[in-house]
Ligand binder design. Structure first.
Ligand code: SF4
Length: 77
């Protein structure tokens, strides 16, 4: 499973990073991005910045997507 964020809709509240810090990170621009280890998908972000969800993290990623106030976390097969 993979995950991406639509930064155009991100409010920058950081909920996703609180729930799943291994997958989401806030950058200096105040927006959240997905990551794989040290690799942050911010160039490009959006739908072109798809990160693999690590084993065992799917539940936290789903919770992040459900809680996300911007409704901008998208999970794909
Ligand atoms: S929870 Fe959603 S709106 Fe909040 S920082 Fe993460 S992606 Fe952005």
């Amino acid at each position: 499973m993979k995950v991406w964020i639509d930064q155009d809709l991100c409010t920058g509240d950081g909920l996703c990073e609180e729930i799943a810090p291994a997958v989401f990170t806030l950058l200096d621009d105040g927006l959240a991005y997905v990551k794989e280890g040290d690799k942050i998908f911010n160039s490009p972000g959006g739908a072109e910045g798809l990160a693999n969800i690590p084993d065992g993290m799917l539940e936290a990623v789903v919770e992040s997507a459900e809680e996300c106030p911007g409704e901008c976390i998208f999970i794909e097969e």
